[in-house]
Design a protein around this ligand. Structure first.
Ligand SMILES: Cc1cc2nc3c(=O)[nH]c(=O)nc-3n(C[C@H](O)[C@H](O)[C@H](O)COP(=O)(O)O)c2cc1C
Length: 338
């Protein structure tokens, strides 16, 4: 018999009081404690904005983010000559900061940035577009030797074959697709993808997620207007999926991140399943402040207890298209065996 069971037997009135304290005041105290802990930890280890990195991890992630933003430009439906100038300028400032702090150049982040800049110059050269004096600003930071940045040409049929292959082939061939065929996706395929994705495990099998598929052009445009990462390609998508998860399925302070964990796992399964069904997808972040979140809630009439996890744009893939290289860190960087 444990202590609570002993208390229940010996002094039932005290046990009732104990339960009341646990479920009432203690629950409130726990919620405040975890909110404060989340606040302090995020405040300590994240950084205010892209210019205020305080350590190598912050800086590396800013460089990757800026370089990726340029890399994405190569995979858009239309190549916009001279694109991304302000991002390039910001990238160079961060590379200079990296340099001045004496960090190693043989890292994925730095090499990716150098190689994305090299690709930027060569893409413009290929179409005889004169970058003017800006080319001289970029040149000192260019190095194409690593080849880890830029774009990859994709053959649509090969991608479809891999997607329908074994799991490793399907997972490895999935890429963020930002260029879609002008043809409607069959809704039966989406239903089938949801059938596959619902096998996602969830804490105690609660399955608190929901998928909204937005096909209506006006509503799709309104939803995408609230999302900050689909410029240049969102308008070509056949549909936008909004993945939500409901907080009503979770209890107690310890489960406060449940919607994001179960919902995130589900969103990934859905992307694999859509890929398996031959539908190209691009995950779209929903990392927004409450004021923007409120607008989406109103637009989609979401329940107040639903958290939006992320969005996914989707459409049929083309015969040939480009994707951003998005090189991965090494396995050793990502794996510790204890
Ligand atoms: C949570 C999440 C949010 C993302 N948000 C965006 C976005 O807003 N716009 C975009 O173009 N790509 C977005 N991406 C796609 C990433 O840039 C992409 O997954 C990454 O570069 C790896 O490339 P891959 O998907 O081709 O393997 C997002 C990915 C994730 C997982």
């Amino acid at each position: 018999m444990n202590r609570t069971q002993k208390l229940r037997k010996a002094m039932p009135w005290l046990y009732k009081l104990y339960l009341w304290i646990q479920r009432g005041p203690m629950h409130e105290v726990n919620l405040i404690k975890v909110a404060c802990s989340d606040y302090w930890r995020y405040r300590k280890y994240s950084f205010r904005d892209k210019t205020s990195s305080v350590d190598l991890d912050n800086l590396t992630s800013v460089i990757i983010k800026y370089a990726h933003s340029i890399e994405k430009g190569f995979s858009m439906p239309e190549f916009r000559p001279g694109f991304g100038r302000s991002v390039l300028e910001a990238l160079i400032v961060q590379m200079a900061k990296y340099d001045s702090q004496g960090y190693d150049h043989q890292t994925l982040a730095y090499q990716k940035a150098q190689s994305v800049l090299a690709e930027y110059i060569s893409c413009h050269k290929a179409i005889d577009y004169d970058l003017g004096e800006f080319r001289d600003v970029l040149m000192p930071w260019v190095d194409e030797s690593s080849g880890v940045g830029g774009y990859t040409e994709i053959n649509g049929n090969e991608m479809l074959a891999s997607a329908a292959g074994d799991f490793a082939a399907c997972a490895i061939s999935r890429r963020s697709v930002r260029n879609y065929r002008d043809k409607r996706v069959n809704m039966d395929d989406i239903r089938d993808a949801v059938r596959i994705a619902r096998q996602t495990p969830s804490a105690c099998n609660r399955q608190c997620w929901h998928t909204y598929i937005i096909r209506d052009p006006e509503m799709r445009a309104n939803v995408l207007a609230l999302q900050n990462g689909n410029r240049g390609f969102g308008h070509c998508a056949d549909f936008v999926a909004v993945i939500t998860a409901d907080m009503k399925g979770f209890a107690g302070a310890g489960e406060r991140h449940g919607t994001y964990i179960d919902g995130g796992l589900y969103a990934m399964s859905l992307m694999y399943a859509l890929h398996y069904k031959g539908i190209g997808t691009c995950p779209l972040n929903w990392m927004v402040l409450p004021s923007v979140d409120k607008k989406l809630r109103q637009l989609l009439r979401l329940s107040p207890s639903e958290n939006t996890i992320m969005m996914i744009s989707g459409g049929l893939i083309l015969d040939h298209f480009r994707v951003a290289k998005s090189a991965r860190k090494s396995i050793d960087d990502q794996l510790t065996i204890l």
